[in-house]
Design a protein around this ligand. Structure first.
Ligand code: HEC
Ligand code: HEC
Length: 315
């Protein structure tokens, strides 16, 4: 059913109408106010996140590309791959990623369990490789035995990272609005949200992450020219080999999107205004008055976290 975004909106509207709570009438859900994680494990995960040994050639940490001060992404169109290898896609934000139904632009990974693969490769298995590198380090060993009471292992590396990622949640003014604080958004931002819904952006960008819960084709209503650079990436087809998956991508989360330029899987678009314009053209197959587009951009800016977590707050 997700092939038909407009149908999805109708279904959501029906489901929303059947609920008693006013909150549920909205197709977007607020982020939880608190995260349930083990602070000691998350602190260990945070140390790992900044550790260069978590890249294949020991030159980059997770934070090199997923920069916490740059909306959880970086400013490059594409991330460099392993030396001599292929460039990766654009770096998506690390914030709120735990709420995406799959990880990565084409949904290749199923969560923190597998996501190490995009920096470490699959052979030998990424987490085993990290664990074996860290085992010789007495400081790390001491951390692991203090936190887990066990020696370093692949499973514990993944668990510590997963705990940290769950902490990287960025509630915004829009979340306050969804919880009933009508003054949390300006008039323009509210109009932008209304237009985000009425034009149908919300048929794809919805749920807790304003995206991140379905696959959609890039070019749903109008395909980019076959020779356009953006059309070169085959999307989920790369993974499944099914013709129907050509140019299918996981719909990205729009949380913090004002902070994560450049845009799209190939980072080919420099500004949010252009990205919104491209969505009208390719995903909705229509044009819209510039004022409406500008209001939608205002709304998207209100999705930036008010409190960006934690840089120094952890034990
Ligand atoms: C060289 C830059 C780079 C480094 C280093 C890096 N990442 Fe990524 N990360 C990316 C790119 C690019 C993607 C998207 C890959 C794709 O979908 O093809 C990504 C995707 C992700 C995602 C999925 C986010 C989403 O919304 O889909 C998570 C989670 C993630 N990385 C966590 C990590 C962790 C944890 C580390 C450290 C072990 C790390 N990354 C290191 C560039 C990087
Ligand atoms: C048919 C589904 C669909 C609709 C409708 C849709 N989008 Fe998207 N959106 C996507 C997909 C898929 C991508 C990822 C495209 C890519 O990079 O290949 C995306 C990407 C984006 C991005 C870039 C995010 C990033 O991090 O790079 C923005 C911004 C965006 N959409 C906003 C909007 C707005 C605003 C509307 C309404 C005018 C809209 N979208 C309508 C599916 C949709």
């Amino acid at each position: 059913m997700w092939q038909y975004p407009h149908l999805a909106v109708i279904l959501l509207a029906l489901c929303g109408g059947a609920q008693a709570q006013p909150l549920l009438a909205e197709p977007i859900r607020p982020l939880p106010a608190t995260a349930t994680v083990d602070p000691a494990r998350a602190a260990l995960g945070r140390a790992l996140f900044h550790d260069l040994r978590l890249s294949r050639d020991n030159t980059q940490s997770c934070a090199t590309c997923h920069q916490l001060a740059h909306g959880g992404a970086d400013a490059r169109p594409r991330a460099p791959g392993a030396p001599g290898g292929q460039a990766l896609r654009n770096t998506p934000t690390i914030y709120n990623s735990a709420f995406n139904f799959r990880q990565g632009w084409i949904g290749r990974y199923r969560g923190a369990d597998q996501v190490l693969e995009h920096v470490m490769g699959t052979s030998p298995p990424a987490a085993e490789l990290v664990a074996s590198r860290l085992t010789g380090d007495p400081v790390m060993s001491a951390h692991f035995s203090r936190v887990y009471g066990e020696d370093i292992s692949a499973a514990l590396v993944k668990d510590a990272l997963a705990n940290y990622l769950k902490l990287l949640v960025t509630p915004s003014r829009f979340d306050r609005y969804l919880r009933g604080d009508k003054a949390a958004l300006s008039r323009d931002e509210k109009s932008g949200y209304a237009k985000f819904k009425s034009y149908g952006c919300v048929s794809c960008h919805q749920g807790i992450n304003v995206g991140g819960n379905m696959y959609q084709k890039f070019g749903a209503m109008r395909e980019p020219a076959p020779d356009a650079a953006i059309a070169a990436d085959q999307g989920r087809f790369e993974l499944t080999g099914r013709a129907a998956d050509r140019h299918m991508f996981r719909v990205p989360s729009l949380r913090n999107v004002a902070l994560t330029a450049p845009y799209f899987h190939d980072g080919s678009v420099a500004t949010l205004d252009e990205a919104v314009g491209a969505m009208f053209k390719y995903q909705l197959g229509r044009d819209a008055p510039l004022q409406d587009q500008a209001q939608i951009v205002h709304f998207l800016q209100a999705l930036s976290g008010e409190t960006m977590p934690p840089r120094g707050a952890l034990p």
